[in-house]
Design a protein around this ligand. Structure first.
Ligand SMILES: O=c1ccn([C@@H]2O[C@H](COP(=O)(O)O)[C@@H](O)[C@H]2O)c(=O)[nH]1
Length: 308
């Protein structure tokens, strides 16, 4: 799957991921009204509204991008109907040949991690049959429980040709509380980076490992260090746009081959029509605004890379 991701990034010339993090407040009134008319102001109604919203964005952008990153929290807030829309979104994106990165941030004791891995990127056996329940291509993994918590994901990756992105240095303001703590002279995020490199070396695609890393756009100096520390690791970079990450700061997340990093933007793309910059788009044209935001993000990142 890492080879497919690299191939799609090269074909689209777009090292970007659209984050599908729908909130009801982003959904234009006409979509909400239609959904509420059919299902009432219920969890089902909200889930239908975010599904219609997602579908519009996917239809308007899939030809420009290699991958999407649905954030499971945004679906879980609507309970079971929300989770059903998460699955429907994953399936629809795969129909459009997009690589799907499930942002689930899981990780637990070994047996529990194995169940998460099977449910999200593997297949669950029921009697003589097996089923891919959520069927994402990649998922994000929280390494706080150590190898016990990560290895079950790697095992499933090997079996089902999938991939993971392990949290190394996250983009949020308080990420340093734990991740920057110095242990034996090194910050914890570097120790995790070394471990990701080690796990990854044993599980390589053609040029990059199917064990990737998450490194936030908001800590560019750390991104530069981590790029060198993990040369064959693909880095998923959240924090561009809404969280303040700038394209010029992200050039060192890439390798000399122009590959090695994929930048996520969620609110910046899917709620573009609510931003001043895209005010010319009416709410009914929200998907066109998202398409324009993808084109602008691509131009921004490629121009920074060309000035490197
Ligand atoms: O360090 C991290 C890890 C994950 N995320 C996730 O990425 C998106 C960011 O959304 P924006 O709207 O582009 O800010 C969201 O799903 C986060 O859970 C992150 O931001 N930082």
């Amino acid at each position: 799957m890492i080879n497919k991701l690299v191939d799609k990034i090269q074909k689209t010339e777009a090292p970007i991921v659209v984050g599908l993090d729908p909130m009801l407040s982003y959904v234009p009134e006409h979509l909400k009204n239609n959904a509420f008319e059919e299902y009432g102001e219920t969890l089902e109604g909200a889930a239908e509204a975010i599904w219609q919203f997602n579908k519009g964005i996917i239809d308007a952008t899939y030809d420009l991008i290699p991958a999407v990153k649905p954030q499971i929290a945004m679906y879980e807030q609507f309970g079971i109907p929300g989770l059903a829309v998460f699955k429907k979104t994953v399936d629809y994106c795969k129909e459009k040949d997009l690589v799907v990165i499930g942002d689930i941030k899981r990780g637990d004791i070994g047996s529990t991690s194995a169940a998460y891995a099977v449910g999200h990127i593997g297949k669950v056996s029921i009697g003589s049959k097996s089923y891919a329940a959520f069927n994402e291509d990649f998922v994000t993994v929280n390494p706080y429980l150590g190898s016990d918590g990560v290895n079950p994901f790697i095992d499933v990756c090997k079996e089902d040709n999938k991939g993971i992105f392990v949290l190394v240095k996250t983009s949020n303001p308080s990420s340093g509380e734990f991740q920057d703590q110095i242990i034996d002279g090194k910050p914890l995020y570097e120790l995790v980076g070394e471990k990701v490199r080690e796990w990854g070396e044993l599980h390589m695609g053609d040029a990059y490992s199917y064990v990737g890393a998450v490194v936030g756009a908001t800590y560019p100096e750390m991104g530069k260090v981590l790029r060198k520390l993990m040369p064959n690791t693909y880095i998923l970079v959240p924090g561009y746009g809404a969280q303040g990450g700038l394209a010029k700061d992200l050039v060192h997340y890439f390798n000399k081959d122009g590959l090695g990093a994929i930048i996520n933007s969620s609110r910046g793309i899917i709620a573009a029509y609510q931003q001043k910059q895209y005010a010319k788009f009416e709410p009914a044209e929200y998907a066109d605004a998202s398409r324009q935001a993808v084109l602008d993000m691509k131009a921004d990142i490629l121009s920074a890379l060309n000035c490197k």
